[in-house]
Design a protein. Sequence first.
Lengths: 304, 598
Amino acid sequence: MNGWGQRLIGALLVAVGAWCLWFQLWLPAQLPKEDDFRALSQVIDAEAQPGDVVLLAPWWTEHARLFVPERVPVVGYIGSDADDLETHSRIWVIAQPKLPRAGMAAFHAAFDAKRPPVGTERSFGPLRLSLYQNGRARPVAFSATDALAQARVYLQSADGSQQACQWDGAQHRCPNGGAATVEWHDIKFQPRRCVRFYPPGGSTKLVAEFTGVPEVAAWRLQAGMIWDRGWFHDRPLSVTYLDLESGGTRLGGVSIQPGLEGLQRTLTTGSPAGATVRVSVQAERAELRETCFELFGFAAGATP
Amino acid sequence: MSEQRQNKLIGWALFLGGFFALLFTEKSVGFTRDESVYFAAAESHARWFTLLVKEPARAFTDAAIVQAFDYNHEHPALLKNLFGLSYLLFHEGLGWLRPAAAFRLPAFAFAALILPLIFALAKDRLGRPAAIFAAISFLLVPRQFFNAHLSCFDVPVAAMWLLVVYCFWKAQEAPRYWLYTGLAFGAAIATKHNAFFLPFVLIPFSLVWGWFASKEKPAARSSFLQILGGFIAAAAGYGLLVLLWGPEGFQQKFLLMSPQIVLFVAAVVFGGWKLRQLHREDDATFRAVAPLVAMAALGPVIFYLHWPYLWHHPVDRTAWYLAFHATHNHYAWFYLGELLREPPFPLAYVLVKTAMTVPTALFVPMVIGFIAMLIRAARGQATRWDFLVAAHAVASIAIISSPSVPHFGGVKHWFPSMPFLAMFAGAAVMASAQGLEEWTRTKTKALPSNAAFIGISVLLFASPLIATARYGEYGTSHYSELAGGLPGAASAGMQRQFWANNVTGVLEWINKNAQPGERVYLHECHAGQIHDYQRNGMLRTDLRFVGGPFDADIVAYQYHQEFREQEFNTWQALNTTRPATGLYLDETPQVIVYRRSR
């Protein structure tokens, strides 16, 4: 190596060494202290309204969960920047923009549409707190997770015969040993509070029947395989079918192929007040087809 | 003081510095999932050694051996024997150390050995200062510093790999090192299976150097080719037997008096005889080839002798051991926002992960040093040392980069590459210091000798030292400046931790806040780890440890993307989504503690 090459490398290494040292000294100063979190959570506690939600930016900054009042849900998962959060009318964003690769530009590109800010951003050390109106929210007239206790749940054979599942105060216990109940589950890293709804296998369907539902302008059925079940594709697995029907008419459905991960959604036309709505699940082979669903009925006037 | 004596002193200073740095920081490093298995295996081995002293006849029976060595026979016994003996001596015998430190002591020695070995291999080519830089830099990589504490095999096999290469290099000029190469190789394959790849990286050097050394020396060339032919014939013989009998038949018929043994003995005897002849004919050719013959002859013998588990059933148990690693499971691994669960894995994984985990102040000189070597090679200026070190810098990285090789385990599977990359870093720093010294000489008055080198070294060591101090105990979580640190890595969708040792970050809270007899679930920590935390005084013994969140009052969840379902089960089971406390490194959740909502 010639002299100039060595000098160049020398200058480069000095610059790299200095930058790395700066980084190691700079980073701790960008981290919030507990007092910052406490001050921020006091604001949320004082000002949060029913229907509010907290969104984390970057999505993984879950430290805030320790401090945010539990009555306000906290959302942060891969992809949560783009979550419509359609059941929440206002969104508190707790941001840590000074963290390396915080990606706030990408966050705002995914988040900002139809979300006007309410008031100004507030700072608590390196934490930033902003409130937004959620223009993507829709008034929810019906939620299956809220109404599950009142639902009639049963197994339905191909010939139409039914075997009832018994409500025990927490879940509908079915004759095949299965159950339908509201649980937290991971659907491709996303926490969902959904109805556990495992297909019984064969041509038999598991059905949840909701009677006397209010008038609904549009139905959103969303379902997915829990945990890693969506990933499996290396053995004979069945397609899982979820159907939504009202008054004997099929409104729509979701089919989940083996290897299909994540939440699958469908938006259908609504139903009049007092209708009976059924959600069913069926898969020829029940192995590794653990499914969870949510059903939202959006009120009339809401734009689907 | 003679130069040789000075070098010895530097070597010892590096070894002792490394050893005591590990010993003094040991207490804060948690027990990984594997380590607690090795503690238990080591303890079991130690009981066998006690039996060997008390009832030698019984100790040699297969029943006694299986009782002691069957547990964790996925790995050879050398390290576990040493861990166990150290435990017997320093904990049970002398009572000087807590159990974990006593088990770990041999691991510290193996890790510390890397430093003088780097120095010894690099000093003649790079000069002492650069060799010292390279040696120290090895332990200033936080993930390496962390792993160097563990009673595991990843750092020890890096040490053994380096020892074999050092002996092989030294054998080219010093007597007896050809024999030491064989002994070191035996120790290396008795440490971890990575070492089985070593011959493939050394054979080309033996062949090329032997070929050139025997040029215009017909007798030496003839002996060289005969040795080569002898081993090729033996290998072909094995291949033929496999073809004739099939793999199962080959295994079943591999008895003490069998063609397989005859082939091995014949190859070794023939190789030894021809080697003796070659020694008389030409020393340089002998030095090139002899280490390989020693490896071929001594490696299998040491491997067999060191592991009592093989004594009564060498073939079947070796075959099981090799098959286990050839068909190892793939564990889920988070990489650039994708959960990798099965091959093919991304080809660039190892390079990306290395760039994101080795402190940038060390990674950049490594890359520069390596590129400078490639330029020298392109210009025909590279030396044998350059090629040897480059090959071993690349070997483990290339092997693990194969898209079909399991990619879990962070960076530990290519640790054997890291000492060699450290040497390239030392070379780059030395070159840069020379350039700066030259430049300053033209601008101001000349700097004192080595001032630029020391200045650059201190600057380059500063940030890794801070990082090692900050993340050393949570080594699997460390990410470099290039990655944007741990926050940058989290945003990039990288695995934030593995092996469950970060639970140490919340043990103090659990000890302080759990009610007497309360039910605790330490997610991903198996019973062995819990036992080890308890016997080392890090976890209360009155608590009841349960197997899942639904039976627990307190849950310590290890944040991994592939385990999110367990966190949400915890929300469900404990009726809360709000953690009670947690370990958040640079804001990234690592271990989150939930308590049942009353």
